[in-house]
Design a protein. Sequence first.
Length: 496
Amino acid sequence: MWGVLERLGYAGIVDEAAGARRADASASVGTYLALACANRVVAPRSKLAFADWWATTAGDRLARVPWAALDHRRFWDAMDALDQAALTVIERRLAAAMAAEFGLGLSGMALDMTNFATFIDSGNDRVPIAERGHAKQKRTDLRLVGLGLVVTRDGGIPLVGHAYPGNRNDVTIFPEVVDELVARYRAIAADDQELTVVFDAGQNSAGNFAHLADAGLQFVGSLPPSDYPDLLALPARRLTVIDAERFPGLTGYETTAEALGARRRVLLTHSGTLHARQSRGFDQTTGKATRKLAELAARLERGRTRRDRAAVEADIAKITRPRWLNRVLTTTLTGDKPSQLRLTWTVDEPARRELETELFGKRILVTSRDNWPVPEVVAGYRSQSGAEAGFRQLKDPRVVSFSPMHHWTDQKIRVHVSYCVTALAVARLMRRQARQHGLDLSVRVLLSELAGIQETVLLYPSTGGRPRARRMLTEMTLTQQRLYEIFGLDRYAPAR
């Protein structure tokens, strides 16, 4: 982790943007943010607990920071030195450093957005970035911080991380993220290199499509299948195999259609794998709903409920709310008084089969890339999984995590978001480098393997004076030995 930060010159980039170092500071602002990044990747914890964790590592040889300088208040002082303008400079220079140092492919980017729940008090008015909204972690009781992420198709490396108030929806924040992407992209890409942005239907609007065109960007996105019943009604025999080797079980049909204010190239795809997964999931949803209906019917049958008809109807509506259930489940509630209420229901199997034929396994892709082969359009859209994987990683509490976040002001939260996105970028660069050398490991497995390369101290008795100490590495597995070589860890190993 520290080696990648050094290759990128991260601490120097931060120091240059932060300005002159405080006279009473024991370490530079860049050093503090580099330490914060390292902790986010390896063992996320609060600044208060940082010093105790650092003492368990070999980090004192990498960054010679006095113990007193690791006090959590010194981290806060360093964070206070960075405003939004400085963060933007840091992130743009870091994006350029990542592209140059690691030779990233820049022809395609995937864009997505999410939000993170915080535990900021409702009465705290110093945090306009933390607002209540549509919580993607289902914590509707907490204030949210939004994050727009743009990652490369080459390794899922985040080049843009845009923090925004949690009450803003994806459609409205889309132009801001695109504009920042354009600013960073134009600074690091060749003049003749075209950029294709990939995003899902959550960012769709006629204005956003027009904004992409004005910015000179190409795109691959998706459309809600239910808006195109004619395409969904196409028989399976009209769909042809797209690329059996790259995409087993995937068929498609190419045409044009009206989409958000213009006639565009669209592609209907059907995945056998997605079809089977959706079918299993819907069966589970149906089974769960019928069990709850049976429990409710049993309570009503006993005639002891005091709930009126409207309350029971509300319970039924809540049970049958999940997507598509109202197409296959029919409920009947009879009686007017609480003691007379009775519930029956049926599952319409023909409707279930019709639903499966119409929707399961299908996606509708839309693109401005009229000259791309169909397999390339599919591959482009699937690259969005890189952004989704990045969000899942940031929500993993054990490694490369956004939480815990013990900050209560807008400025510190923005700094926290910045170094969390940097931590994700470094972890992804490490994974990409390992894969280039033949080791295809997840971030968690990669970090676990690296954590197994440990350092021990052997104390030898002497005939007089202090015992002689010798530092050495523990025995490594074949995978660990390979990682040791890939990342050049001999630079940091104890001298014998």
